[in-house]
Design a protein around this ligand. Structure first.
Ligand code: SF4
Length: 363
C-alpha cells in the first residue's frame, strides 16, 4: 500500500533524499514551480555532494561531441519526426566513410571526445555495413567514443539481421561501439507510443535493449520526449520504468528530457513551454534517485531556459552541439559554443568542466 504522507511530511521526505512513490510524484507536480525547483535543487545537491572529490555541488559539466546521423532513410514514420526520408527522396542519404572522417576531424579540432551516432531505421543496410563503419571509425580515431544507436535501432537490427540482441550488441562492441544513447524513449507507455510512433519499439522492447546493454557493461542514457499526447501520469510512469530498470542494472549515466518540437511534423498536439519543461525536469531529478546526472536541454529550450534549468535539478548542460539535424528539422535551431556554455555555467556561480561520456572530468 502506498503511504500517502501529508504535504509537509512529503516535502520533508524529499528534502531528506528519501525515495518517493508515483502517487507522491503526482502530488509534487502540482506544487508551484519555484517550490518544486527548490526541492529538485536540494536533491541535486544531495546526489552530487560526494561526486568529484566533494566538489560535486559546485561543478556543472558539459561534453564536446557531435551528432552524426548516418542516414535519414527510415521506415518507422514517427508522427513527431520531421527528419526522416524514404528511399528515393532527393535528399535521402547514407553517410560515406569520407564524410564521417571529415565530421570527426572537425570534432577533434574543437576539443571533442565523442560522436553521438544515430540514424533512421534503414531497411537495407546490412550488419556488415554497420560493423565496417564502426571499425573504420575506431581504427582511425581510437580516442573518440562512439555513443551510438538507440534501442529502437537495435530492435530494428534484431528484425533485419535476425539475430539476438546479445549477439548484435556484442559484435558492435567488438567493432568499436562504446556506449548507447537513450534515443527513441519518448514516453515509455505503449498507449502513447501507439499514437505517436506505432511502428517503433514498444516500451518493453526499448527497456530490453538497455537491460542487455547494461548487463554487457555498456553505459547508456535515458531520455523522455514529452509535451504531446501524454498525461502527467504517463510521464511519471515513464520515470517509474526508468527507475525500476536502473535499480536492476545501474547502467544509466544520465537522464535527459525535452519537449516535443512540432514544426514540419504530422503530430497534431498542443506543445508545452518552459514552465512545464522546468517542472517535469525538476520532478525527474527528485524521482530518479538512482540516476546520477540530469542534463538540461538547451537545444530545445534555448540558452536562457537551459541555463535556468541548472537551478531545477540539472547538473549538466549536455553538448555544445557542433551539428544537430533532428530537432532543427522541426524548427528549433539553437546553437552554442564552449565559451558561451562556460559563461552560462559561471554566471550561475558554478564551475564549468568538460567531461567525457562517463562523467569523468577532463579539465
Ligand atoms: S524519430 Fe527516428 S525512428 Fe522515428 S521516423 Fe524519425 S528517424 Fe525514424
Amino acid at each position: 500500500m502506498i503511504y500517502d504522507a501529508s504535504v509537509d511530511e512529503l516535502l520533508q521526505q524529499v528534502w531528506d533524499g528519501r525515495r518517493i512513490s508515483s502517487a507522491e510524484a503526482l502530488r509534487l507536480y502540482h506544487l508551484p514551480l519555484e517550490e518544486l525547483g527548490a526541492l529538485a535543487d536540494r536533491r541535486r545537491q544531495l546526489i552530487k555532494a560526494a561526486a568529484y572529490e566533494g566538489r560535486g555541488n559546485e561543478i556543472v559539466t558539459y561534453i564536446v561531441d557531435r551528432n552524426v546521423n548516418y542516414t535519414n532513410v527510415c521506415n518507422v514514420y514517427c508522427k513527431f519526426c520531421a527528419f526522416y526520408r524514404v528511399e528515393g527522396d532527393d535528399d535521402a542519404y547514407v553517410i560515406t566513410h569520407e564524410e564521417m572522417d571529415r565530421k570527426i576531424e572537425e570534432t577533434i579540432a574543437l576539443g571533442g571526445t565523442q560522436i553521438l551516432m544515430q540514424g533512421g531505421h534503414h531497411p537495407k543496410l546490412s550488419l556488415q555495413w554497420y560493423l565496417d563503419l564502426l571499425s573504420h571509425i575506431k581504427g582511425k580515431f581510437p580516442q573518440i567514443n562512439i555513443h551510438g544507436f538507440s534501442p529502437s535501432e537495435f530492435i530494428h537490427f534484431r528484425e533485419v539481421f535476425n539475430l539476438p540482441l546479445e549477439e548484435i550488441i556484442g559484435q558492435f562492441v567488438k567493432a568499436g561501439l562504446g556506449s548507447i544513447p537513450g534515443g527513441g524513449g519518448e514516453i515509455l507507455v505503449d498507449r502513447v507510443r501507439k499514437r505517436i510512433s506505432p511502428l517503433k519499439a514498444m516500451s518493453d522492447d526499448w527497456l530490453s535493449v538497455m537491460d542487455v546493454a547494461h548487463r554487457s557493461g555498456l553505459a547508456s542514457t535515458a531520455t523522455m520526449m514529452f509535451g504531446h499526447v501524454e498525461t502527467v501520469e504517463d510521464r511519471i510512469e515513464h520515470l517509474e520504468r526508468v527507475r525500476t530498470q536502473q535499480d536492476k542494472t545501474k547502467g544509466f549515466t544520465a537522464f535527459i528530457s525535452w519537449t516535443f518540437q512540432a514544426e514540419h511534423t504530422k503530430l497534431k498536439a498542443p506543445t508545452v513551454g518552459a514552465h512545464e519543461y522546468l517542472k517535469t525536469q525538476a520532478l525527474s531529478r527528485i524521482y530518479l534517485d538512482n540516476v546520477p546526472n540530469i542534463q538540461s536541454s538547451w537545444v530545445t529550450q534555448g540558452q536562457e531556459i537551459g541555463q535556468i534549468a541548472l537551478k531545477y535539478g540539472a547538473n549538466d548542460l549536455g553538448s555544445i552541439m557542433i551539428e544537430e539535424n533532428v530537432v532543427s528539422q522541426a524548427g528549433t535551431t539553437f546553437r552554442m559554443g564552449v565559451t558561451d556554455m562556460q559563461r552560462l555555467i559561471r554566471d550561475l556561480g558554478y564551475e564549468p568542466h568538460q567531461r567525457d561520456n562517463w562523467y569523468q572530468l577532463l579539465n
